[in-house]
Design a protein. Structure first.
Length: 250
């Protein structure tokens, strides 16, 4: 997949990015402060509409940092990439098919553990991830201490603590987003290795996908995993977003 092909898929999500713009997605459970972070990052410069063909609100905005332009997309709140609700399907499809250049997983510092399952799922799809531990002020009030460094080492991706409502940690977050976008940040996500039987099936499915689409930014292992888990939405997405006319997964 070259930039042109990805740009045209993004276009179908109403995200119009040029090659000099970095597309950043915010994903997280509901109420983790995604919209507050969005406002803090963009200074409220936002554009709202609907996700194409859906009655779900879409919020996009731009920000500049270090002379570079970023397009920020606030995804609907989601608990899992095993999508159940319409909101979750939108977030899943955007991650799988529009391939944001950087994905920020927004988590709630007061109930971090619950939020980390989504983060681990995202890490199976892309290494260009920043984990944002938001509501850090609330955590402190409850005497919850988050060891950001240890968490970053465990996950293998950068972790930034923020208090979006007070605007704390926002500049740091921008810096880390830039570093991940430019490949400067250390990012070696811990990938889950499944039983050898599962891995063998995943490898077979992945090979078939690779024969249909040229990988590049598309994570063919992620697609293969979700297909193996039986996610029909992913199959639909492959047919819908990739140019696979005449090719078959069978
Ligand atoms: N104390 C505190 N409250 C926050 C923070 N970020 C967001 N909130 C509040 O948490 C609630 C949910 O935030 P919102 O941005 O709508 O979350 P979203 O559902 O993920 O978009 C709102 O009342 C925010 O004002 C934060 O860092 N600290
Ligand atoms: Mg919101």
């Amino acid at each position: 997949m070259n930039f042109q092909e990805i740009a045209s898929i993004r276009n179908r999500f109403n995200v119009k990015s040029s090659s000099c713009e970095t597309v950043v997605a915010l994903i997280g459970n509901p109420n983790t402060g995604k919209s507050s972070l969005f406002n803090a990052l963009t200074g409220m410069r936002q554009h709202t509409g609907n996700w194409p063909g859906k009655t779900v609100l879409q919020t996009q905005g731009r920000f500049y940092f270090d002379n570079k332009r970023y397009i920020l997309v606030d995804l609907p709140g989601t608990y899992s990439l095993f999508a159940g609700s319409l909101d979750e399907k939108i977030a899943r499809d955007f991650l799988f098919f529009a391939c944001p250049d950087v994905t920020v997983v927004v988590t709630d510092a007061t109930c971090l553990e619950r939020n980390l399952s989504l983060a681990l799922q995202v890490l199976e799809l892309t290494s260009r991830v920043v984990v944002c531990v938001n509501l850090i002020d609330e955590a402190l009030k409850k005497a919850i201490f988050i060891d950001v460094k240890a968490l970053s080492q465990e996950l293998g991706v950068p972790v930034v603590a923020t208090a979006a409502r007070e605007g704390r940690g926002i500049n740091k977050l921008k810096k880390v987003i830039r570093d991940v976008a430019e490949g400067k940040a250390v990012s070696r996500p811990k990938v889950i290795e499944y039983d050898s039987e599962i891995e063998a099936v995943v490898a077979r499915v992945e090979e078939k996908i690779r024969n249909m689409i040229s990988g590049g930014v598309i994570n063919t292992r992620g697609l293969a995993l979700w297909l193996v888990w039986g996610d029909k939405g992913i199959l639909k997405g492959i047919q819908n977003y990739f140019n696979i006319e005449g090719k078959t997964l069978a």
